[in-house]
Design a protein around this ligand. Structure first.
Ligand SMILES: C[S@@+](CC[C@H](N)C(=O)[O-])C[C@H]1O[C@@H](n2cnc3c(N)ncnc32)[C@H](O)[C@@H]1O
Length: 282
């Protein structure tokens, strides 16, 4: 399947911001990493693959868990993302992590290599998720599991909707096309699970992870983070007129204050964790 150039360009533009905010992103999404570890049945001495790793997560968080006798690999098609992941691994002094530039549907690994395959917020951007999941199954060892995290509906996630609602008052944005390759492509329960089954996964399952997303930063810093992290918000804020921008900023801060606590920002969050296994040969 041909790469989706528009999607790749957007991620290329986002790479410096995802590296800049790496640590806060790691903290905000840590419970999702934990769910992937559980559902992927990742343990000590395992060899694990993280697909669409971006600047290195959940790979870097899992590196400790697999330990020095285990190994973690991460792939992403954006060279700047892979460079950021390598820099973070060097800073952390990790000897058991390796990051490579690759697409999800062409994995540069032999069959039956990994004890687990995970991907956090990646599959929604792939041109052919079914081909990518077939590749994940190819590189998994028989009987082992893959686990994927995708967003539940936008309206269940104020992390997404609180700012979009404000900006929507000022900028016309057409509704996304059905099956658009965006964050909410697999928000409907059962949709991604069906793709796993079509790709040949067995014993597939899905669970709704409801958790409190914590970002230990001020409302102002959180607004800056969201406007940088999201290509959609970056694009939309660029369309707000000069005259309106101070008012948009005021309303954005006001809408975020609802989620501000003494320890920083705190949002209810909902994510689907979808997993399946590779069958054993008869
Ligand atoms: C939302 S980011 C997730 C990054 C990281 N997994 C995390 O949770 O912090 C989505 C990532 O998917 C990657 N991606 C987009 N298309 C891809 C493809 N065809 N194959 C593999 N990764 C892809 C992007 O480059 C980007 O790094």
């Amino acid at each position: 399947m041909q790469p989706d150039r528009e999607v790749l360009n957007r991620w290329s533009d986002s790479a410096p911001f995802w590296e800049k905010h790496r640590e806060i992103i790691r903290q905000m999404f840590a419970p999702i990493t934990q769910a992937l570890v559980e559902d992927g049945q990742i343990g000590s001495r395992h060899t694990v693959l993280d697909i669409a790793t971006g600047p290195g997560e959940p790979a870097l968080s899992v590196a400790d868990l697999v330990g020095s006798e285990g190994k973690i690999f991460g792939i992403d098609p954006i060279p700047e993302m892979v460079a950021a992941a390598r820099r973070a691994a060097d800073r952390l002094g990790l000897k058991n992590a390796q990051f490579d530039v690759a697409f999800a549907d062409h994995l540069p690994f032999p069959a039956d290599t990994f004890d687990a395959v995970v991907s956090r917020f990646g599959v929604m951007f792939f041109p052919s998720p079914v081909d990518a999941i077939r590749e994940m199954l190819r590189v998994l060892k028989p009987g082992r599991k893959l686990a994927l995290a995708v967003w539940h509906f936008a309206e269940r996630n104020p992390f997404h909707y609180s700012l979009l609602r404000v900006i929507d008052r000022y900028v016309d944005s057409p509704p996304p096309a059905p099956d658009a390759h965006d964050a909410f492509r697999y928000a409907s329960p059962g949709k991604l699970r069906k793709v796993l089954t079509e790709a040949g996964a067995i014993a597939s399952s899905e669970r709704l992870l409801q958790y409190t997303m914590q970002a230990p930063i001020s409302v102002e810093d959180f607004l800056a983070l969201r406007l940088e992290m999201s290509d959609k918000l970056r694009e939309q804020i660029g369309l707000v007129s000069k005259e309106q921008s101070a008012e948009v900023n005021r309303q954005a801060l006001e809408s975020l204050r609802e989620y501000s606590t003494d320890g920083g920002m705190s949002f209810p969050a909902e994510v689907l964790i979808v997993s399946g296994a590779k069958g054993r040969p008869r």
